[in-house]
Design a protein around this ligand. Structure first.
Ligand code: FAD
Length: 395
């Protein structure tokens, strides 16, 4: 595998680096390192302004085709952008759900009218989106979705009743893409539709859920006679499963390398703490820190191997292990941070949730092995689809 970048890619890298250096200044200077999992509440409005600033300069929707308002960049250039973005410690994006999930879904499955209506608002960050898949009885087993939608005979609107849960950023979203059962009596994957639902209406109630970190990034969302126009269905009514799976397929990991730059920074922080408080003198701690560093390098090489497969059009089995490996590694890093911090890790600086970065890392990383496909589900996928082992018995 050739791991060198072409001169054109290096020129692009220089362009990205220079732009970030020049623009993460003035009113945006204080945004470095802000936001991200467990810290979405940080400088939220300022990060929206930053995302809009990025958009105005053409740094959003990098992989979307040019005819749909994107930059049409190669996969490698997108990777370079994310890598430089993370190295600059630029703030976590607020508009990623629209940009990375819904936008590509509309480009693949939406009507021209839906694309005209929604893509510009995603691109310029004037409309934020959330993902309404999970329900109290439908998480890993998404086909158990029970939220219902029916057509109003007089207006042809969709009328939606039911409940979603764990809906990230629903409290700030303008719209939600909702998987709902639209054929009464249908079961499992059949009879579902993929609806685009405005959040600002009487029939939608958002109740924040407080997390271990004391912050509320995800929510319960209740639909009680909520409405959306008849044209707001993506794909054919009743064929929402195909669209919903399409959305999940767009999480293809161009930001993985950037994510690892962030992980490396967190590990450096843990090493610095160990030097400072003397924990580094313990050979067992040193051994764990070295193992964490090695794990990071393994992830980096696996990401490069995965991406080189994407660029040649053959997505290999290595893509399947990526989520499993990074989630376990990151959760382990949170545990190691607590071990290095020692007894002081048990005490918050102020009551009740004035947590330092390591306590927050430890608590929020418990979620890593759950969202985006839990560890157990990832193992099932690897065993059944990659290794060809017998399928899990279904009761
Ligand atoms: C931080 C965070 C953000 C999220 N954001 C969103 C969002 O924006 N939108 C959204 O729709 N959802 C979101 N989710 C929900 C997430 O997709 C679900 O939590 C996830 O799919 C697991 O579903 P569940 O919580 O219902 O657990 P369950 O599916 O009930 O699983 C419970 C346990 O059983 C295990 N299990 C389940 N099935 C099997 C099986 N077949 N074999 C072996 N073990 C199994 C699981 O691995 C898990 O350990 C978010 C979750 C988190 C933690």
């Amino acid at each position: 595998m050739d791991l060198t970048y072409s001169p054109a890619d290096e020129t692009f890298r220089g362009e990205v680096r220079a732009w970030l250096e020049e623009n993460l200044a003035g009113e945006f200077a204080g945004l470095r390192g802000k936001g991200g999992p467990g810290r979405e509440h940080e400088a939220f409005d300022e990060r929206v302004a930053w995302d809009r600033h990025l958009a105005a300069a053409g740094w959003t929707c990098l992989g979307w085709p040019v005819e749909h308002g994107g930059r049409g960049l190669s996969l490698l250039q997108q990777v370079i952008f994310h890598e430089e973005y993370a190295k600059a410690d630029a703030p976590a994006r607020v508009s990623h759900i629209g940009e990375e999930l819904l936008g590509p879904t509309l480009i693949a499955f939406g009507t021209d009218e839906q694309m005209r209506r929604f893509l510009p608002g995603i691109r310029d960050v004037s409309e934020l989106w959330c993902q309404g898949y999970s329900e109290p009885g439908a998480g890993s087993d998404l086909a158990s979705v029970a939220t219902r939608a029916r057509r109003d005979a007089s207006t042809a609107d969709w009328v939606i009743d039911g409940q979603k849960v764990w809906t990230s950023l629903a409290h700030v979203a303008d719209w939600c893409f909702v998987v709902a059962r639209t054929e009464p009596g249908s079961r499992r994957h059949a009879g579902l539709s993929y609806l685009l639902v405005p959040m600002d209406q009487d029939g939608v109630e958002v109740r924040p859920i407080e997390q271990l970190t004391g912050t509320s990034e995800f929510n319960e969302v209740f639909f009680d006679g909520a409405r959306t126009e008849g044209s707001m269905v993506v794909g054919e009514p009743g064929e929402g499963w195909k669209v919903a799976m399409g959305t999940l397929g767009f999480e293809r990991g161009v930001s993985t390398i950037g994510q690892q730059v962030g992980f490396a920074r967190e590990l450096e922080g843990v090493v610095a703490m160990a030097r400072e408080n003397g924990a580094i003198e313990d050979p067992l701690v040193r051994d764990k820190l070295v193992r964490a560093r090695m794990g990071l390098e393994v992830m980096r090489l696996n990401a490069l191997r995965t991406l080189s497969g994407f660029s040649t059009g053959s997505e290999g089995p290595e893509a399947s292990i990526s989520k499993l490996v990074w989630a376990g590694w990151h959760r382990g890093l949170g545990e190691l941070a607590m071990e290095v911090a020692g007894a002081s890790s048990l005490v918050a600086a102020g009551a009740p949730y004035d947590l330092d970065q390591f306590q927050r890392l430890f608590l929020f990383s418990r979620a890593d092995t759950i969202y985006g496909g839990s560890d157990e589900i990832q193992r099932n996928i690897i065993s059944e689809r990659v290794l060809g082992l017998p399928r899990e018995p279904k009761p």
